[in-house]
Design a protein around this ligand. Structure first.
Ligand SMILES: *Cc1c(COP(=O)(O)O)cnc(C)c1O
Length: 230
């Protein structure tokens, strides 16, 4: 097996262990392999080891990679910031967008989604720990945004996504993830049909799964370290 294959195996075991501890079925948590900055060969290796869903931050880079991998049945998730001038590429090429945090971006994605493609799955990015310079909708504004996005044709609202500040210890990580989970459940109780809570990365996936994550986004633990850029 390649090292990417071995790493994937280790990450799947981490997810299974975390699910077992939380008394959750392992099928409840989807692994998104974050392949940003890595080339098509790395994605091919991961696909060869059974991985299907890939996350990308840089839209132009992602679209070029997709063209080189068009022979594989992959699912592509946009997890990077989406500026207005990039919505068309996202609408045309991706299966999911996790980082929608304002109505204008959702409206553009809705208008630009090609009618022959299935609806684009959408997560609303929530600024769960309140960092002033961070992207993401404020928790108290999520419900209104969710109600508007849920009406837009060409989109399917799936849930929430968070990128909390890194925290060292498990309990601190879990406390933030639990705030996101509480918000997610509140929206569902309010009648929104959400099935996805996208949270947890290489360093905190156990805490995220303990809190109720349904999709962990893992880069470094699968593909190795990236040049320091983001
Ligand atoms: C890079 C990135 C990840 C993966 O982070 P790792 O620490 O490498 O696992 C997950 N989510 C987002 C939004 C990212 O930008």
């Amino acid at each position: 097996m390649t090292s990417i294959g071995l790493n994937l195996h280790t990450v799947r075991e981490r997810i299974q262990t975390a699910c077992a501890r939380a008394q959750r079925p392992a099928e409840e948590v989807t692994l998104l392999a974050v392949s940003k900055t890595f080339g098509p060969d790395a994605v091919r290796q991961a696909h060869g080891a059974g991985q299907r869903a890939f996350g990308e931050n840089y839209i132009q880079e992602a679209v070029e990679k997709m063209a080189l991998l068009a022979d594989l049945p992959l699912e592509w998730h946009c997890i990077g910031p989406i500026q207005s001038n990039k919505t068309r590429l996202v609408a045309q090429h991706f299966d999911w967008a996790h980082t929608v945090d304002r109505l204008k971006i959702a409206q553009r994605l809705s208008e630009q989604r090609p009618p022959d493609r299935p609806p684009l799955s959408i997560c609303l990015q929530v600024n769960i720990d309140g960092g002033p310079s961070k992207s993401g909708v404020a928790p108290e504004e999520v419900e209104d945004l969710a109600r508007e996005v849920a009406q837009l044709p060409g989109l399917r609202l799936r849930g929430l996504m968070t990128i909390p500040e890194p925290a060292e210890d498990f309990e601190a990580q879990r406390a933030v993830h639990e705030r996101a989970a509480a918000l997610f459940h509140r929206l569902r109780d309010a009648g929104l049909e959400l099935d996805t809570l996208s949270m947890g990365m290489s360093a905190d996936l156990e805490a995220a799964v303990a809190a109720g994550s349904t999709m962990v986004r893992v880069g470094t633990a699968i593909f190795g370290g990236r040049p320091k850029k983001d």
